[in-house]
Design a protein around this ligand. Structure first.
Ligand code: SF4
Length: 271
């Protein structure tokens, strides 16, 4: 009997499969490398700055200190992932062949963009008044012997009464009404993992959008948890079926224009 490999699902992998099973295969099964994009780079930098900020004593978490962390955080990201320079200069070949040094002018532009996003973050909340329970915490739960649900949560807060608040930072702009439900799925997924682990239902889910200084918030209920579980199990069943039959259909949509794999996608090789 062949042993079924454990399927590990995060919100982004679920979103990939729902967008296009072929995209999921390129990323999760084939693990093809992807050139880093500028939006993702800005996002990683801002996330690391806020993470570092919360390691400081509350009184020291002012805006100037946050901005001053930019350069060190950039160096840390680059040491972990040298390919990130490709996001700053389209003429650099990917994957990297040699070490590349990015000019200070280009870095100054990046740090100026990050400064605006960090300023908008301070318009959404005051980090000197928050004591997080955890930052960048890996949460995971085995729903079955073959299905693990997991994700990294940007920040979890706990009130003195023990209420849990899940926070996720977004460096893009907030979605319009039509896409808010889809955006909130990520946090409902985290709420599901926490509920399964601890039997505690988080009190509040918050998405903090730094581009337009908006917060999307939801008080989840048990119906949200049940519906999220159903969705996770349904997508997991589809992925198991795709794996068993080696069937990964393409699903063409407007999002194909942003898909890194478009040049190798069979849909776009046709005459
Ligand atoms: S280009 Fe479109 S159809 Fe092709 S893999 Fe990407 S998302 Fe799927």
């Amino acid at each position: 009997m062949t042993e079924i490999e454990m399927l590990q699902l995060s919100p982004s992998r679920i979103s990939d499969y729902q967008q296009c099973p072929a995209l999921y295969k390129y990323r999760a099964i084939d693990k093809l490398p992807e050139r880093p994009g500028l939006d993702a780079l800005r996002g990683s930098l801002v996330h690391l700055i806020i993470e570092k900020l919360f390691t400081l004593p509350a009184a020291k978490r002012d805006f100037e200190t946050a901005v001053s962390l930019s350069s060190d955080c950039w160096s840390e990201l680059l040491a972990a992932e040298p390919e990130l320079v490709c996001a700053l200069d389209s003429s650099i070949t990917f994957p990297l062949e040699d070490k590349v040094v990015i000019g200070q002018d280009r870095l100054d532009v990046l740090f100026a963009e990050v400064k605006v996003l960090v300023a908008n973050y301070y318009s959404l909340e005051d980090p000197t008044k928050i004591e997080p329970h955890s930052t960048e915490e890996l949460i995971e739960f085995d729903l079955s012997p073959v299905l693990k649900i997991k994700g990294y949560v940007d920040r979890i807060d706990k009130s003195p009464q023990g209420w849990i608040r899940i926070n996720d930072y977004k460096t893009g702009k907030s979605p319009n009404k039509q896409f808010q439900e889809k955006a909130m799925f990520q946090l409902k997924f985290y709420a599901l993992v926490i509920y399964k682990k601890s039997q505690e239902l988080p009190k509040m889910l918050r998405l903090l959008y730094m581009k337009d200084s908006q917060v999307l918030a939801l008080e989840p209920n048990m119906k949200d948890i049940e519906m999220t579980l159903q969705k996770v199990e349904s997508v997991a069943a589809q992925i198991f079926s795709s794996k068993a039959t080696s069937t990964w259909p393409t699903q063409v949509s407007k999002l194909c224009d942003y898909c890194y794999f478009k040049p190798i996608c069979p849909e776009f090789q046709k005459n």
